[in-house]
Design a protein around this ligand. Structure first.
Ligand code: SF4
Length: 383
C-alpha cells in the first residue's frame, strides 16, 4: 500500500461503514414512499438506488458475518432458479450468445421446481426467491403459475422477484404476474434511445419494450415494486441521465458492467475506466465491506437440470457443487467443498478459485490493496 493510502485507509473504512449504515437507516424511514409497490410490506421500503443497495446489504451481510464468526451452517438469503435455459436477446454485455450452445434447450420439470420451493418456504433465512437465472424468465410459459406456487406456500417475509428484458412483458402477462403475487420486478433497459438500445440490447425491439413500459406505468403497481435497471458500459454511458429523467415513475438502479467471471467477450472495450486512485479507493472500501464474496455466502443459483454451480456470475459453470434432485439446498450450501471455498476466500485466496481469479467483481471491488498484483482479468475461455 502507498503512504497516502495508509493515511486514507481508516477514513475510507469509516465511510464504507457509514454508507452501509446510512442505506439501512434510510430504508426504514417511513416518509420515503416508493412510486411502486408502496402497499406491499416486503418491498415498500425499497426506494431508488439507495433502497436497492440497502436491500442488497441486508441480504448479503448477515450470512457473511455469521460464517466468519461461527463457521456455522448457512442457507441462501437469495435463491435464483433457472426454469428455462434460453433468452430472446443477445445483449452486448452478456455471455449468453456464446454460452447458449453449452446446453440443449430445456425447461425445469414441475416436480423439481416444487421440491425447491418446498425447501425454501420451510427456511426462514430465505428472503428473496428469484425464478430467473442466466435467461429470460418470461420465455417460460408457466412463469405466472410458478410465481403463484411460491407465493401460495411462502412465509410472510419471503418475496418473489423477477428480472426481465421486458420484451415479453405484455400488458396481459404483467396483469397475470401481478395477480400471481409478484413482489419485485426489475426490467433491464440500459438505453434511453433506439440507437443505443440496438447497440446494447441486441435482437430486442426498442418499440416493443417502450410500449410495454408505457402500459406497465398505467397498471396498478401498489403491490409490485418495479425497478428499471441500467448496466453502464462504454456504449450507453451518456444515456444514463436522460434515462433517469424519462422514467421517474419507476424506481431506478444502475451499476457498471462486470465480466461474469471472465466470460464476457471484449470486456476491456466495454468497461468505463476510472483513475487508478479511484479504482484503489473502491477496492479499499469494497474489501472492507466484503472481505469475502457475497455470491457464495448469501446467494445460490440452480440450473434447470438441478445442478448448482458455485457462482451465478460464472457463465462457464466451471464448478458444479451438487444437484438438488438428489440433495437438499441446505446440504449443498454447507458441503465440505463449499466451506473449503469460503475458507479460501476468508484467507485471501480468491485467486486459487478458477472463476474468482478472472472475475472483475473481485478485481474491482474486493481485492485488497495488499493482495499480489500478479493476475490480470483474463479474456473469456469460451469459444
Ligand atoms: S469473486 Fe468468485 S464467487 Fe464472487 S462473483 Fe466473482 S466468481 Fe463469483
Amino acid at each position: 500500500m502507498r503512504m497516502i493510502e495508509l493515511i486514507l485507509a481508516p477514513l475510507t473504512w469509516l465511510m464504507a461503514d457509514a454508507l452501509v449504515f446510512f442505506c439501512m437507516v434510510l430504508e426504514k424511514i417511513p416518509f420515503r414512499r416508493s412510486p411502486t409497490g408502496y402497499d406491499n410490506p416486503r418491498v415498500r421500503r425499497m426506494v431508488g438506488g439507495i433502497g436497492y443497495w440497502a436491500h442488497t446489504f441486508r441480504l448479503t451481510l448477515p450470512n457473511i458475518r455469521k460464517w466468519l464468526k461461527t463457521r456455522g451452517e448457512l442457507f441462501p438469503l437469495v435463491l435464483q432458479v433457472q426454469t428455462i435455459n434460453r433468452c430472446n436477446g443477445a445483449c452486448s454485455f452478456c455471455p449468453y450468445p456464446y454460452t447458449v450452445h453449452l446446453q440443449e434447450k430445456r425447461t425445469m420439470d414441475d416436480a423439481l421446481y416444487s421440491k425447491i420451493v418446498d425447501e425454501c418456504v420451510a427456511e426462514p433465512d430465505l428472503h428473496d426467491f428469484v425464478p430467473m437465472s442466466k435467461n429470460e424468465p418470461l420465455l417460460d410459459v408457466k412463469m405466472e403459475a410458478r410465481v403463484a406456487e411460491f407465493k401460495r406456500k411462502a412465509q410472510p417475509h419471503q418475496l418473489v422477484e423477477l428480472v426481465t428484458n421486458g420484451a415479453a412483458l405484455t400488458p396481459t402477462r404483467m396483469k397475470r404476474l401481478i395477480a400471481a403475487g409478484l413482489d419485485l420486478l426489475t426490467v433491464s433497459v440500459n438505453a434511453s434511445n433506439e440507437t443505443t438500445y440496438n447497440q446494447v440490447m441486441v435482437k430486442l425491439s426498442w418499440k416493443q419494450v417502450m410500449n410495454n413500459l408505457e402500459a406497465l406505468s398505467k397498471e396498478n403497481l401498489s403491490m409490485t415494486n418495479v425497478y428499471l435497471r441500467f448496466v453502464s458500459e462504454q456504449d450507453n454511458r451518456k444515456d444514463l441521465q436522460i434515462f433517469r429523467r424519462r422514467w421517474q415513475g419507476f424506481n431506478l438502479f444502475s451499476f457498471t458492467v462486470n465480466n461474469r467471471a471472465g466470460t464476457v467477450k471484449d470486456f476491456e472495450t466495454r468497461i468505463i475506466h476510472y483513475s487508478d486512485f479511484i479504482q484503489r479507493l473502491k477496492r479499499m472500501a469494497g474489501s472492507h465491506i466484503y472481505p469475502v464474496c457475497p455470491y457464495i455466502f448469501g446467494m445460490m443459483h440452480i440450473l434447470e437440470n438441478g445442478d448448482v454451480p458455485m457462482c451465478s456470475n460464472d457463465w462457464a459453470n466451471r464448478e458444479i457443487l451438487g444437484n438438488v434432485r438428489a440433495q437438499s439446498i441446505r446440504e449443498i450450501y454447507n458441503s465440505p467443498r463449499m466451506n473449503q471455498i469460503r475458507a479460501l476466500m476468508a484467507q485471501g485466496g480468491f485467486e486459487e478459485i478458477d472463476a474468482c481469479r478472472e472475475c472483475s467483481f473481485y478485481h474491482e471491488f474486493m481485492k485488497p490493496l495488499t493482495a499480489k498484483e500478479n493476475v490480470q482479468v483474463a479474456e473469456p475461455m469460451i469459444g
